[in-house]
Design a protein around this ligand. Structure first.
Ligand code: ATR
Length: 278
């Protein structure tokens, strides 16, 4: 039977085994999917052992996404842009890397939340790994304007410059005004605001002023559960539409499943089940 894993540290609370088991049963695929915690410094050696044992693929989570990118012999455009990989596939001894986080975010926003990105004004807060994974797929969705704003402004500028420099996105960039702006109250108003900072985890105050929200803006936190609450509660009190990252989690898993199995699983019943505490 084909076997898959999610590898990280910590990984005990990962919902991925449950999500992939549901996908397998909904699509009639036969596979196993388990969690594996690996100690820092042992990722590459453990991966080689697992490949020798016949593992077909794995999801990679914190803190190994950069190492997963470095280990691969083939990298998708999404991986080149993000500088990180969350999906590895093994074929004929070769390691192929992809990054499904950003496309998962875009699908959750457009398909599940019903918010069109094309022609809209989007603010991406943060310039770390989570923001880097999202920016390429957000650009390809064709917003009129995409502003990256981060506490450390130089990191936002570097992330934007890397995306400007990437030839495969020229078509998207010609439609989209891509900017890095300082995080302060002079930000214009946006249709979609995406929090990709780790600020919520620390219980930090929302890093933007209410004037950055268009009426009825979609305010998205890539986290879910208690970590997303502070930012989303603030958004709700401003009259915005809050949305947590649970749908992104399911959609990025669906894209990984598609890469491995060539079958696109239905996501709505899996997300509904998770929202009910499943
Ligand atoms: P991740 O992989 O989750 O993106 P990361 O790469 O460490 O983690 O990036 C964390 C992001 O959250 C960064 O954009 C960071 O801002 P800096 O670049 O200025 O460090 C942002 N961040 C963390 N704590 C924050 C806070 N209290 N307020 C605002 N931004 C914060």
């Amino acid at each position: 039977m084909d076997s898959y894993l999610v590898i990280g540290n910590p990984v005990a609370h990962s919902k991925s085994p449950h999500i992939h088991a549901r996908f397998a049963s909904l699509t009639g695929q036969t596979l196993t999917y388990e969690r594996l915690q690996v100690e820092p410094g042992h990722f590459a050696a453990r991966m080689r052992e697992l490949i020798d044992q016949g593992l077909k693929g794995c999801n990679v989570t914190v803190p190994f996404k950069l190492e997963a990118c470095a280990l691969a012999q083939e990298r998708s455009d999404r991986v080149h842009l993000a500088g990180a990989a969350n999906t590895l596939s093994f074929q004929a001894g070769r390691i192929q890397a992809d990054n499904t986080d950003g496309i998962g975010l875009v699908r959750d926003i457009e398909v599940n939340a019903g918010q069109t990105l094309r022609g809209s004004r989007v603010l991406l807060l943060g310039a770390g790994g989570a923001a880097a994974g999202a920016l390429g797929p957000l650009l390809l969705a064709g917003p009129a304007q995409l502003v990256v704003s981060n506490r450390t402004e130089a990191k936002a500028r570097e992330l934007v410059a890397r995306h400007h420099a990437h030839a495969s996105l020229q078509a998207a960039l010609s439609r989209t005004e891509l900017l890095a702006l300082p995080l302060d109250a002079s930000l214009p108003a946006f249709d979609v605001v995406i929090n990709a900072t780790a600020g919520s985890l620390a219980g930090a105050a929302p890093p933007i002023a209410a004037s950055a929200l268009q009426p009825n803006a979609l305010v998205y936190d890539m986290m879910y559960g208690p970590a997303a609450q502070a930012f989303l509660q603030w958004a709700a009190t401003q009259g915005a539409r809050p949305r947590d990252g649970l749908g992104m989690l399911v959609e990025q898993a669906a894209e990984s499943f598609f890469i491995w199995r060539g079958v696109r699983p239905p996501t709505a019943p899996v997300l509904a089940h998770l929202r009910q505490g499943g």
